[in-house]
Design a protein around this ligand. Structure first.
Ligand SMILES: [Zn+2]
Length: 432
């Protein structure tokens, strides 16, 4: 969504000021259907809005409206394209936001517990993905703005969350704009050269006395690593036999750089820009691994098999119907030779109709057989989507109950092992 608050906070990334007294640099002004930088005259547009694309912006009564503000610099587009394409492939089901469940719920609960949102605060999520954490917390802040380099925003977020496409290395916001900032699953993707600019930018847009929550991970192994390794071994056993499918999970993790290798690396990186770690919670994924790598995968397998069985039954039925059409066709042909002498024009027409129908039926079966090769991955996506939908609509009561139970199980990791040092961590940063 584009609202007045967002227009007030947003700045041209090329011109935005560094010091709190440089508020006016790069301020955006509405001109026609675009925004124009008051300093360098660069033009920025609204994307992803529905049916309102060409409405003039200078009429303030037309705000808020759906969509996001594209504040990327034209020169950056080329570098980003490859990244965007990869993101698209990985996030095929980003379009809708479901309820917070499993790992997302663990993250969301800790976000609330550690960052303590307040109704009078303005917050920013850096690397917001489809905008789900912004969406789940939209009523806990006065405003929560989402920024991501890839504009894969969910419909719900486009409608209700102020969203910006922009670069984390130069945040397109005025200095000292936000009371709270959070960033979940982003830091581990940044190369070593991107770490300091990232923290400097967070520091620049944070108000005095503000807080930052980071969820990321280092390369450290905790004391519980052997248990987690064992779970992975079990999962690999099933995956090698084609029962569990980890393609999606592997893709997700393929671009983890983890330039901060240890917790000390993190401490010194935030120290370099004047921050200290105020609170920390570690996430030892013992129950998480059990749920994500074994229980959920086994559940997916069962659902997949059930649907496959249903599909093959349907196909058998269709084939049978095709047979009966062919046999009727055959008998019609026999009848025709007898009726031909009587000038059986009606019969002949009937035959052509039957023949056409049989050909169409055969074509349909052939096409479906062809599709079945691609079916496996399409099927998985379809299952995930329909589950997500039915959970969002609260239609699927029993599935939801199971997932809630599994979520509770995952939360035990935080309750039991939250103080045991390991790779994944939540930290709250404040100025020294
Ligand atoms: Zn500018």
């Amino acid at each position: 969504m584009i609202n007045e608050r967002l227009v007030e906070l947003a700045r041209c990334p090329r011109c935005v000021g560094d010091r709190p007294d440089e508020q006016e640099r790069g301020r955006l002004k509405a001109e026609g259907t675009d925004f124009v930088c008051g300093t360098c005259r660069a033009v920025y547009g609204i994307q992803g809005g529905k049916s309102e694309a060409n409405l003039p912006l200078d009429d303030i009564s037309l705000l808020p409206r759906s969509g996001y503000l594209d504040l990327t610099l034209p020169t950056e587009l080329e570098q980003q394209t490859k990244y965007l394409e990869e993101e698209f492939e990985q996030e095929l089901d980003y379009e809708h936001i479901s309820l917070p469940l499993l790992g997302a719920k663990v993250r969301n609960d800790l976000l609330r517990k550690l960052l303590r949102p307040a109704r009078n605060e303005i917050a920013l999520e850096v690397g917001c993905g489809n905008g789900k954490f912004c969406y789940w917390n939209r009523q806990r802040f006065d405003t929560v703005v989402g920024l991501d380099a890839a504009p894969l925003f969910a419909e719900e977020a486009l409608a209700e969350i102020p969203l910006v496409q922009g670069d984390v290395r130069r945040l397109p916001f005025a200095p000292a704009s936000f009371d709270k900032i959070f960033s979940i699953d982003l830091l581990e993707h940044l190369p070593a050269s991107g770490i300091e600019p990232f923290f400097r930018e967070l520091s620049r847009v944070l108000k005095p006395g503000g807080r930052i929550l980071i969820y990321s991970n280092t390369r450290e192994m905790g004391k519980l690593a052997p248990i987690i390794q064992f779970e992975k071994k079990v999962a690999r056993f099933f995956s090698e036999r084609g029962l569990f499918d980890f393609k999606r999970d592997d893709l997700r993790k393929s671009d983890h750089i983890k330039a901060l290798r240890t917790f000390e690396d993190l401490e010194s990186a935030v120290g370099n820009v004047g921050f200290v770690i105020e609170r920390k919670v570690f996430w030892n994924g013992v129950f998480q691994g059990l749920v994500d790598n074994i229980i959920i995968k086994a559940g997916e397998y069962v659902v997949r098999q059930g649907i496959r069985l249903q599909l093959s039954r349907q196909e058998a039925k269709r084939k049978q119907e095709g047979e009966s059409v062919r046999s009727r066709l055959a008998s019609a042909t026999t009848g025709l030779t007898n009726d031909w002498a009587d000038g059986g024009g009606h019969q002949r027409m009937q035959m052509e109709i039957e023949e056409n129908r049989a050909i169409k039926q055969a074509e349909k079966v052939a096409m479906e057989a062809e599709q079945s090769a691609e079916e496996s991955s399409a099927l998985d996506l379809a299952i995930r989507r329909s589950l997500k939908r039915s959970i969002a609509d609260r239609r699927s009561g029993s599935v939801l109950r199971v997932l809630r139970f599994l979520t509770l199980l995952q939360q035990l990791d935080i309750i039991f092992f939250g103080k045991m040092r390991t790779g994944p961590y939540f930290v709250v940063l404040k100025r020294r």
